[in-house]
Ligand binder design. Structure first.
Ligand SMILES: [Zn+2]
Length: 105
């Protein structure tokens, strides 16, 4: 087990949760409403909300995959900008952080 065993577990759990959520968003986006004019308008609004939700979930999903990949390569926890170690506190909050707090500013 690597020194990041616990974080890896949390990353994988989060990834599974996200995959599940993304699945649900896609399903509900596909669902067709019976369509009065108002309902269609509401549906369009919902779709916009879902699309932006979908985007942010997808973003996070990708970040997590990258973090897991960096972990495999032994690069996890290092800042991609300056190469310094990212503080454990920061990683605790942002599991997939790829830059230290200074570079992220
Ligand atoms: Zn840095």
């Amino acid at each position: 087990m690597s020194e990041f065993g616990e974080i890896k577990k949390r990353l994988i759990e989060r990834k599974e949760t996200l995959a599940h959520l993304l699945n649900r968003v896609e399903n509900s986006a596909r669902r067709k409403l019976d369509k009065s004019f108002e309902e269609q308008a509401i549906q369009r609004e919902n779709e916009e909300v879902l699309t932006s939700l979908d985007d942010s979930l997808n973003d996070e999903f990708e970040q997590i995959e990258k973090a897991l990949y960096r972990m495999e390569k032994g690069e996890y926890g290092k800042c991609e900008e300056c190469g310094k170690q990212i503080s454990a506190k920061r990683l605790e909050v942002v599991l997939y952080a790829n830059s230290c707090i200074k570079c992220a500013d």
